[in-house]
Ligand binder design. Structure first.
Ligand SMILES: [Zn+2]
Length: 172
C-alpha cells in the first residue's frame, strides 16, 4: 500500500481516538457525540428521491447553525450507514467546495431548507479525489474500529471494510 494511504489511515485512526466513538457503536450515539463536540445540531435525512436520481448518494449540507446529512434511502441499512459515515468524514476533515450552480439546483430539491440559510452545500461529485479518499478512509477506518469493538451485528451484514475500500474501488 502506498505510503500516502498508510499516512491517511493513521490520520483517520488518530481522529477516531480523539473522537472516542460510543461503545457499543451506534450511529445515533455517534451523532449525539458529534453534536456535543461541535456545538452544532446534526440532522440525518433520507435524500429526496429526485436528488438520488441526479446521482448523489450522500450529501452534507451546512447552514449557519446546523449540519444536515442526507443519505440515499433506496439501499441497505449498512450502505446507508456507510454513506453517513463518509459524509461525517467530509465534515470532520472540514472539506468545503461550494459551487453556486450546484447550490441553486440542489437547494431547490430540499424544500425544508431555505437556500439563503445554506452556507455550504457539498455533494459527492464536488470533491476532489483526495477529499473523497479522505472521507472514504474515515468511514472505512470507523467500520474497522466497529468490527474490533462490537459483537457482530445480527445477521452479520455489513459492507466489506478495509483500507482497499478507500482506494477508490467505490461501492457506490
Ligand atoms: Zn464524498
Amino acid at each position: 500500500m502506498p505510503a500516502r494511504y498508510v499516512k491517511l489511515r493513521r490520520r483517520c485512526e488518530a481522529m477516531l481516538d480523539e473522537l472516542d466513538p460510543p461503545r457499543p457503536f451506534s450511529l445515533d450515539e455517534l451523532r449525539r457525540a458529534l453534536v456535543r463536540r461541535r456545538g452544532r445540531p446534526l440532522h440525518l435525512h433520507p435524500l429526496p428521491l429526485q436528488a438520488a436520481a441526479s446521482g448523489a448518494c450522500g450529501l452534507w449540507l451546512a447552514t449557519d447553525t446546523d449540519d444536515h446529512i442526507f443519505y440515499e434511502q433506496r439501499t441497505t441499512r449498512a450502505h446507508q450507514e456507510h454513506i453517513v459515515l463518509h459524509e461525517i468524514g467530509h465534515m470532520l476533515f472540514d472539506h468545503r467546495s461550494l459551487r453556486s450552480d450546484d447550490f441553486g439546483g440542489l437547494a431547490a430539491l430540499l424544500p425544508d431548507l431555505s437556500p439563503r440559510l445554506i452556507r455550504r452545500l457539498l455533494g459527492r461529485t464536488d470533491y476532489t479525489t483526495r477529499e473523497e479518499q479522505e472521507a472514504e478512509m474515515f468511514a472505512s477506518v470507523l467500520r474497522t474500529w466497529q468490527g474490533r469493538h462490537d459483537a457482530p451485528a445480527p445477521g452479520g451484514a455489513g459492507l466489506p471494510a478495509g483500507p482497499e475500500a478507500a482506494l477508490g474501488v467505490g461501492t457506490s
